[in-house]
Design a protein around this ligand. Structure first.
Ligand code: SF4
Length: 246
């Protein structure tokens, strides 16, 4: 267990220390540049996080960019003028942008209103001036439709990939993704029937100062080697430490 913990933390830190680069949210270069531009479009990041539910992440993260293309811009002033009906049309015509466009249109409309009222139209105030991780997670949770899972994911991406400085990382939990969970099970860190809560608390116990740091190494192992079905243990860097529970 000690060895596994050590490797996961080392791999997580290694990734965390990497220099900032364009994060490939969608694998569409122009959309990724747009989403990484937190100075100009901080609200695009927030709306993409909100959309990232009940559908494939890469497609969900494309939604703000699709709206940007349809509107010919994405200034907050322009978004603020949109009615709920207009957002619904942007989300459905000519193609549906989300599996649940009606519900998502309501969330997007409410999010724009919230950014306007709470942050005077500047969503970067959610993470500016080095707030604590708890403060950032709390600010995300206060958006309608944004659960704790998305809120901690958003904080983790901001800290880890977009290099947004924070006072601490205590409140950034691991995301209960299927690759992460499978890897934790096979590494013997959680029980075979573990709930999401068990996974989250296990990561907190392993690395209380930043549980979400373990997200990336576990996800990478699960995606590349610890696949569903037969895992590729010979190629996995955990092989000497892993009890291989499957
Ligand atoms: S050694 Fe095998 S079972 Fe263990 S984490 Fe790697 S791929 Fe999974």
């Amino acid at each position: 267990m000690k060895k596994i913990r050590k490797i996961l933390i080392e791999k997580g830190r290694e990734h965390f220390r990497k220099r900032k680069r364009i994060y490939p949210f969608t694998k569409v270069a122009a959309a990724d540049r747009f989403l990484n531009n937190l100075d100009k479009y901080p609200h695009a990041f927030v709306l993409a996080c909100l959309a990232d539910q009940q559908m494939k992440a890469e497609k969900a993260w494309l939604i703000p960019y699709e709206i940007y293309k349809k509107l010919g811009g994405f200034s907050f002033r322009r978004l603020k003028r949109l009615t709920i009906g207009e957002i619904n049309r942007l989300m459905t015509k000519p193609d549906k942008l989300h599996h649940y466009p009606k519900k998502m249109s309501k969330y997007i409309y409410a999010a724009i209103k919230h950014i306007s009222e709470k942050y005077n139209g500047d969503a970067s105030l959610i993470w500016r001036n080095r707030p604590s991780s708890a403060q950032i997670v709390l600010r995300f949770i206060l958006f309608r439709g944004m659960g704790i899972k998305i809120a901690t994911m958003a904080a983790n991406i901001l800290a880890r990939d977009l290099k947004v400085p924070m006072r601490d990382h205590y409140s950034i939990d691991i995301s209960p993704d299927r690759h992460v969970k499978r890897t934790f099970k096979r590494l013997g860190l959680i029980t075979p029937q573990a709930t999401n809560e068990e996974l989250i608390y296990c990561a907190r116990a392993l690395h209380p100062e930043f549980p979400g740091l373990l997200d990336y190494p576990a996800y990478t192992i699960g995606k590349n080697w610890c696949r569903p079905g037969k895992p590729l243990c010979d190629e996995c860097h955990m092989t000497n430490a892993c009890p291989k529970i499957y």
